[in-house]
Design a protein around this ligand. Structure first.
Ligand SMILES: [Mn+2]
Length: 488
């Protein structure tokens, strides 16, 4: 016969496991690794005595009884884990009555009782078949990631010649760091017979990106069709296929595609290696996973680049971020050079960007929360989003639209914090038929090619001529046409 109360009860314990069948026992085993401050309560005296033999603090009793609860030490977290719904429900109610601050995890017998337990005071309800399914998916995905990584490694180790790693147009930190990582994996898989070169088209715009390329000493070459033709293998990173956000012809045969953008048409079945994961926040996240799985050392510059890639593609973990992105970022964090990262993320402003800020601020017009600003002729379009980022922070402004003109296009950049408005859709509706336009609910851009008008010398004048009807379209879509449009 065991005593109903342990001899020297501690005042408080961290965990109480109420109901110690197979689920309860497994929870106890998991908890032991973290804390010895565990109290177990079960109806079966024989089980309690076994637990005591294993040195557990165990009590026999009815977990639904308020008078039993009164004799127990105070606990912070309770697991209510019997296989009987009525018992669990009564236990939750009894705990809630006595100890309102306790966090309760309860086991549900079926999906319907899960709802009842939740509304009766359980903070977390687990339904074992669900947990098993989730664990199975997690494990098999891990295994799959490992297989994919090995397949890439094996493929690269059998190649001979030059691998051209091609980023998307106007490469961003995600694309640049992914290219760097793929080159590192290739060098580790096949140091003797395979050479890597990294190519890009367009410009490496934002100061942050240029600073990144300089500080991390990444060698990137401008795309040249003749050189590409001479390369033995082609890999696309952060771009879903040839001709999609890169200047390759859509018919080009590529050998590797690694990306997190959806691909409408699906990649060419002849592509030797494809890993496209539209759910993920960044391509750098995929490459980080490969390096972990393959156990390839990640040096400081690469870790810094990849972390910056994940951070900037997820807007500092605020957009499209998944637990996997966070895991990969956590893996990189201790390997990064925080000073270097600081230097990259706070680069000096270029003179032109500062000038554009000045013009954008001076020429701003505001009405009903909309700010519109014409910055005129700019050499580099990258100062526009930065100006929009700045202006959207202005008090009373919910939507900011900054526009200007480059040598060959009218460029617009918009930021929005009005939840009723999807600024990407607005720009698409307004300018999608005459240019490239679209984006997210909170940030969007448009580029309208000048075509024949590119020869016009006075770009500022051209802009004011073309812009009026275009702006009218914008203001009418957002519903500003009748009120105060003239002020804009
Ligand atoms: Mn990306």
């Amino acid at each position: 016969m065991v005593d109903a109360v342990p001899k020297d009860p501690p005042e408080r314990v961290k965990y109480a496991v109420l109901g110690c069948g197979s689920t309860g026992y497994n929870v106890v085993q998991e908890l032991v690794g973290e804390s010895r401050s565990i109290l177990v309560v079960d109806r079966e005296e024989s089980r309690v005595s076994e637990l005591r033999d294993q040195n557990f603090n165990a009590v026999a009793g009815d977990i639904t009884s308020e008078s039993l609860l009164a004799t127990l030490p105070v606990f912070e977290i309770a697991f209510v884990l019997t296989s009987d719904h009525a018992t669990n429900l009564a236990a939750i109610k009894a705990i809630r009555k006595r100890l309102s601050g306790v966090h309760i995890a309860a086991r549900a017998a079926d999906p319907i009782s899960a709802g009842v337990l939740g509304s009766s005071g359980a903070d977390y309800v687990l339904y074992p078949p669900n947990v098993v399914a989730r664990a199975a998916i997690h494990q098999i995905n891990k295994l799959h990631a490992n297989r994919i990584s090995r397949r890439l490694h094996t493929l690269l180790s059998g190649w001979e010649g030059t691998l051209a790693i091609i980023t998307h147009k106007n490469p961003d930190p995600d694309a640049i760091s992914s290219a760097m990582a793929l080159a590192t994996i290739a060098a580790s898989a096949n140091p003797k017979k395979l050479t890597c070169r990294i190519f890009y088209d367009g410009v490496i715009g934002h100061q942050e990106n240029r600073t990144m390329v300089n500080l991390l000493e990444i060698r990137m070459e401008k795309m040249d069709p003749a050189i590409i033709q001479d390369c033995t293998y082609l890999a696309l990173v952060d771009s879903p296929g040839p001709g999609q956000n890169n200047t390759l012809s859509p018919r080009t045969r590529v050998h590797i595609i690694i990306d997190h953008h959806g691909n409408g048409s699906g990649p060419d079945p002849g592509t030797a290696f494809v890993d496209i994961r539209p759910g993920l926040g960044a391509t750098a996240s995929i490459l980080t996973q490969y390096m972990q799985e393959l156990d390839i050392p990640v040096d400081r510059p690469l870790a810094t680049g990849l972390l910056y890639g994940i951070r900037s593609d997820t807007r500092d973990f605020r957009r499209n971020v998944t637990p996997q992105d966070l895991n990969n970022a956590a893996f990189l964090l201790p390997l990064t050079d925080s000073e270097l990262l600081e230097q990259i993320t706070s680069p000096s402003l270029s003179q032109e960007t500062l000038d554009v800020f000045g013009i954008a601020i001076r020429s701003r017009r505001i009405h009903s929360g909309y700010l519109i600003s014409n910055v005129g002729y700019v050499r580099n379009r990258d100062s526009l989003p930065q100006a929009a980022d700045l202006l959207i922070t202005l008090e009373g402004v919910n939507t900011a639209l900054v526009y200007g003109i480059t040598d060959d296009a009218i460029v617009l950049s918009a930021r929005n914090r009005d939840v009723r408005l999807h600024i990407g859709n607005v720009l698409y509706e307004a300018f999608g038929d005459i240019g490239d336009a679209g984006g997210h609910p909170n940030m969007a851009a448009a580029t309208i090619p000048l075509s024949y008008f590119r020869r016009v010398k006075n770009k500022d004048e051209l802009l004011s001529l073309i812009m009026e009807p275009l702006l009218n379209k914008f203001t009418s879509i957002v519903g500003l046409e009748n009120e105060g449009k003239d002020e804009l």
